[in-house]
Write a protein that binds this ligand. Structure first.
Ligand SMILES: CC(C)(COP(=O)(O)OP(=O)(O)OC[C@H]1O[C@@H](n2cnc3c(N)ncnc32)[C@H](O)[C@@H]1OP(=O)(O)O)[C@@H](O)C(=O)NCCC(=O)NCCS
Length: 280
């Protein structure tokens, strides 16, 4: 991963400088495409995890994407059955990829848009939704209708992203660390997670929970506070906290409980909807 990014660094640098001629841009873009393809196959990722469990943003990936945008030429493209567009970023899957999708048990419902440089793991289901460049969706995950997965966002295994959810990206406004949704998380309908927030393994967000890096996250029973991440297995609902003791309250995400059998029974994933990866 590091090797390829190192190799691409001079092209990234030149692309970002904006000084290249139109014909030089074409060559640069063709080289940068190798990196975008590696993102799309999961060979390189927008984050890496150190031995102590901390996540680190891979800055070169973001720079690669920006350089790819900057050197790309907008042109019409027609992806039969998937979508039409006019842009410098093509779509991840094209006519001809059917065998790959079948082998990996990936389902893409009409209206779902997965941009070039996004990775879909085995047995993922894309309802009509939008997955941006650099995003990484791990196996068994469902992205439900009208959900949007922002650039470079990292989504774990067996996650359910409900209808209308927004997962923020890192490109505009520019952000340092991508949002990370760990394995077995449930994000309730119309919720929004942005600004590099981490949703830890098994956590559950009810409908309409909004979390950015400054959103207070409070445990309703103990008063404990977190900022920037939701603890493992927490069940989070929208709430409010009193500010400055004035009686005026502002929005907060409230940890109401920790997931138990009742929670899990409501959120059980149904294998019927998931494909099954098959070898040839
Ligand atoms: C979060 C959720 C899974 C909780 O289920 P649960 O663990 O069985 O919890 P309960 O329903 O027993 O609720 C636990 C507490 O949280 C409260 N609560 C649950 N959902 C809430 C919400 N959306 N807003 C405020 N409070 C909520 C309950 O009132 C209850 O409070 P209490 O303990 O003071 O009585 C469920 O409420 C939910 O939001 N499901 C997701 C629905 C959804 O988005 N579906 C996808 C459609 S595409």
């Amino acid at each position: 991963m590091i090797k390829l990014l190192k190799k691409l660094e001079p092209f990234i640098e030149e692309g970002l400088s904006g000084a290249a001629s139109i014909s030089a841009c074409e060559t640069l873009n063709a080289n940068l495409k190798l990196g975008i393809e590696a993102l799309g196959t999961g060979r390189i990722r927008a984050i890496w995890r150190s031995e102590d469990g901390c996540y680190h943003a891979n800055e070169s990936v973001k720079r690669l994407i920006l350089a790819y945008f900057k050197t790309g030429k907008n042109e019409p493209f027609n992806i039969s059955r998937l979508s039409d567009g006019f842009d410098c970023i093509q779509l991840r899957y094209k006519t001809g990829d059917e065998l790959y999708l079948q082998q990996h048990g990936i389902r893409i419902v009409p209206g779902a848009i997965v941009r070039e440089g996004a990775f879909l793991g085995k047995n993922t289901v894309m309802m009509p939704s939008f997955v941006n460049i650099g995003a990484y969706i791990s196996e068994g995950t469902m992205v439900d209708t009208w959900a949007t997965i922002g650039s470079c966002a990292q989504v774990g295994k067996r996650v359910h992203i409900s209808g209308g959810v927004g997962i923020g990206g890192v490109l505009e406004p520019i952000g340092a660390q991508p949002v990370i949704i760990e394995d077995d998380v449930f994000i309730g309908a119309r919720s929004e997670v942005a600004e590099g927030v981490i949703i830890r393994r098994g956590a559950v967000l009810s409908m309409g929970v909004y979390i950015g890096k400054s959103t207070p996250i409070v445990d309703a029973k103990t008063g404990k506070k977190w900022i920037g991440y939701i603890p493992e297995n927490a069940v989070v609902v929208p709430g409010a906290i009193d500010v400055y003791g004035t009686g005026i309250s502002t929005y907060a995400a409230v940890v109401k409980k920790y997931a138990d059998d009742s929670t899990r029974s409501k959120l059980k994933l149904d294998d019927t909807f998931r494909g099954e990866a098959r070898s040839l």
